[in-house]
Design a protein around this ligand. Structure first.
Ligand SMILES: CC(C)(COP(=O)(O)OP(=O)(O)OC[C@H]1O[C@@H](n2cnc3c(N)ncnc32)[C@H](O)[C@@H]1OP(=O)(O)O)[C@@H](O)C(=O)NCCC(=O)NCCS
Length: 192
């Protein structure tokens, strides 16, 4: 009992397996989702990605979560209006208060019954309580795939931090450069 007298006990688990975090969502793409070529608009897909990330992270954390960042999403092939988009979200990495959700995206032609994998997206969510980031449960990696995915998430986080620091230094160099230096940099093949 949780002491409220309601007889409903809220199970707060401090660790959860990767497989228990799976969330699946499907939605049919309507003409409202079309871009100017009649294919699915990238923004419509990103909106579904964000919804799936929220559901997966909030269900895992047991708290409201906010989107901190979305990793690069590549659109390799178009999705057609009339296809069903399915998103499968799992928690791939956790920090202290942040949750990385990996989302596999599939598109299905419902008449031909052909389903194809179109994208993978990764979203960093942060659990929030009383307007502050709050600790999330630990993630139990049971399988080899879970462990590799977790390590990849950890690497992504380290590289993201390093990349942000390096970029900030170079931006400062651009901002402080005189016009001759800017022209010299513009004429270079590569900046590195
Ligand atoms: C995300 C947010 C809560 C982070 O707040 P903060 O004051 O930077 O908090 P902290 O520095 O304590 O960081 C909290 C966690 O977020 C992570 N984080 C913060 N900014 C991040 C970013 N841009 N990308 C990935 N992770 C980020 C930190 O690494 C940390 O993770 P950890 O606890 O697992 O180590 C805050 O920036 C925010 O509220 N952003 C707006 C979110 C929002 O409204 N999204 C929808 C946009 S429409």
């Amino acid at each position: 009992m949780n002491g409220t007298g309601s007889g409903i006990m809220r199970l707060v688990s401090t660790s959860k397996t990767v497989s228990s975090t799976l969330v699946q969502m499907s939605e049919i793409m309507t003409p409202n989702d079309a871009n100017f070529l009649g294919k699915v608009f990238g923004g419509s897909l990103l909106s579904l990605v964000d919804l799936c990330a929220y559901t997966t992270a909030a269900r895992f954390a047991g708290e409201v979560c906010v989107t901190a960042s979305i990793d690069r999403v590549d659109f390799h092939e178009p999705i057609e209006v009339g296809e069903v988009v399915t998103l499968e979200g799992i928690v791939s990495f956790v920090g202290r208060t942040s949750v990385e959700v990996t989302i596999e995206i599939y598109a299905e032609n419902i008449f031909k019954r052909i389903k194809r994998h179109t994208n993978t997206a990764r979203v960093m969510m942060v659990a929030i309580k009383d307007n502050r980031p709050v600790e999330v449960p630990r993630l139990i990696c049971e399988t080899r795939e879970d462990k590799i995915r977790f390590l990849e998430g950890k690497l992504r986080r380290e590289l993201r931090t390093r990349h942000q620091e390096e970029r900030a230094k170079i931006y400062l160099r651009f901002a402080q450069a005189d016009d001759a230096e800017l022209d010299r940099l513009l004429s270079q093949e590569s900046l590195s």
